[in-house]
Design a protein around this ligand. Structure first.
Ligand code: ADP
Ligand code: MG
Length: 265
């Protein structure tokens, strides 16, 4: 097997001496598309932050591109889409400049942007349905537009690994489909993608590999193997029902009324 692009080996990490994830072993190969699922507070964001170098690591090693990540040393050469936190409405930063900030996080040598880089920012905005928004202050964009902007920012450096924290949360259906289509396209072009989500049905329907986490890794594998009532109960501590319909897997909570079932696509 080729060497992983990202490896967690026995990683315990957290904040101010308190672990949020424990004994995590996780190897991700170049070109994979991996979904991290788990309840609120289970350590999904912490797992991603352990890679960006923004959480404390108490045990084990996180290795990215054969280099060990050290806490407090922000990782370069990675596209990262943080969990959407809407900016203040009066934030004056213009959309194109926000996208170009994605280059500052990678290993750039000069402190200004070239014409080619600006053109690339415009092209990305267009690809994400934000054509003509270059000079728009980001505080004036809707939540879905801000989420797409964050994705453009993560893509501009052409990093081989893009990590997204809950990219499908709080966006409208059209934005959701745009984002999923784009991630699929990126992945087909060779980009390794790791995302967190709490949308079990979409994850079950779409991703080749799912990692269930609740401080520790509960399960890791293909949806057909991971999306079982037993695994999800251990992950979520709640009773769920799994309905299989050919290749499709639907997850519902265990209450009998149909309204709680959300069908994937
Ligand atoms: N900046 C922080 N400082 C202290 N504790 C934190 C911080 N961020 C997260 N935590 C704690 O770490 C645990 C895991 O949080 P998080 O990784 O954000 O979970 P998830 O993303 O799955 O909702 C929670 O108990 C949370 O309260
Ligand atoms: Mg989170």
């Amino acid at each position: 097997m080729s060497s992983p692009i990202l490896a967690f080996d026995g990683v315990t990490a957290g904040y101010r001496g308190k672990p949020a994830i424990e004994a995590v072993d996780l190897h991700i190969q170049p070109g994979e598309l991996v979904g991290i699922v788990g309840p609120s507070g289970s350590g999904k964001s912490t797992l991603l932050r352990a890679v960006t170098g923004t959480t404390d690591i108490y045990a084990g090693t996180v290795t990215l591109h054969d280099r060990r990540v050290r806490a407090g040393h922000p990782t370069r050469d990675i596209g990262f889409v943080p969990q959407l936190a809407l900016v203040e409405p009066d934030t004056p930063l213009r959309a194109a400049d926000a996208v170009l900030h994605g280059l500052a996080a990678s290993s750039r040598r000069v402190p200004w942007y070239s014409k080619a880089e600006r053109a690339k920012a415009s092209a990305l905005l267009e690809r994400l349905g934000l054509a003509g928004y270059e000079r728009q202050p980001i505080g004036e964009l809707s939540g879905g537009q801000q989420q797409r902007l964050l994705l453009a920012r993560a893509m501009i450096a052409d990093s081989s690994l893009v990590m997204l924290d809950e990219p499908t949360s709080g966006v409208d259906l059209q934005t959701l489909q745009d984002i999923l289509g784009l991630l699929d396209e990126l992945n087909r072009a060779g980009t390794t993608i790791v995302l967190t989500t709490h949308d079990l049905n979409w994850v079950a329907a779409s991703l080749p590999r799912i990692v269930c986490i609740n401080q520790r890794i509960v399960a890791d594998g293909a949806p057909a193997d991971v999306m079982t009532a037993e695994v999800l109960e251990r992950t979520y501590g709640a009773s769920v029902r799994i309905v299989r319909d050919g290749d499709r897997i639907l997850v519902t909570d265990d209450r009998p009324h149909a309204a709680s079932t959300s069908e994937a696509r």
